[in-house]
Design a protein around this ligand. Sequence first.
Ligand SMILES: C[S@@+](CC[C@H](N)C(=O)[O-])C[C@H]1O[C@@H](n2cnc3c(N)ncnc32)[C@H](O)[C@@H]1O
Length: 271
Amino acid sequence: MIEIKTEKQRSAPWKKIKLVVMILVIVLAALYVPAKFFAVKFTNAGTKLYDQGRYEEAMAEFRRALRVYPWFKPARTQLAELEKFVKDHPRRPDVRFVPTPRDVVDKMLEMAKVTKDDILYDLGCGDGRIVVTAAKRYGCKAVGYDIDPRRVEESLENVKKNKVGDLVRIEQRDIFTLDLSEASVVTLYLLPRLNVRLIPQLEKLKPGSRIVSHDFDMKGVEPDEVVALTPKRGKFEHKVYLWTTPLKKIKEEASAENLETDETSSTSPTE
Ligand SMILES: C[S@@+](CC[C@H](N)C(=O)[O-])C[C@H]1O[C@@H](n2cnc3c(N)ncnc32)[C@H](O)[C@@H]1O
């Protein structure tokens, strides 16, 4: 039997296909427009950071752009260029490695009132002595960050030797690119101006977090406590500063005056 289709019946499948194609086009356009918008936004932010020399943060923005829109050429090109640049020019540490004496490490952890519920970050962890001691003595989680691959290796060995790998993590990172909001205790042995540079990041810590710094203050922020001690095996007096969050900022004029003072002492790390 021959089935005779009317004109209307013959064009019905085509209509369906047209409709599906139209829906597809609309869906793709609806996805494309916001994806492109955010890709441009993240890429512009990355370019700005790139120009400011904040390479790690810039790369993070380019990667974000590529996550929302993987074909976005400007982000792809700049990311590839920056990755090559960073590989060819590894960033030097802002301060050289000088270990904190054992007694001073103990005092820092004691002043920070570390408990097993804390998450401690050591910014510029050197050989990992602070994170290892915190995990061993208090059973807390701890993360050590250092920009120098040799220090990262030493810290990893230290963690292994002391069997605290379940509590301690070591990462090769530039401390000025870190999000510190997870930490409840931050330990520092850097330089006064580096402590000051960290203020915007430290301000993101949860209220009640503690920051302890070996030897160096943080101009513009009032410490809660300053303790001086001379290690049993040492000749020089060391200081430990404690701040709790929210940070108590000192008025502009007073802190600007203080910035004139000397930065380093003879037993201290230098650039
Ligand atoms: C004075 S040592 C302190 C080591 C350890 N915290 C201690 O108290 O024994 C400073 C450390 O910071 C590291 N450092 C310097 N600049 C850094 C940066 N931008 N990011 C990460 N680590 C950095 C250095 O490699 C060095 O190991």
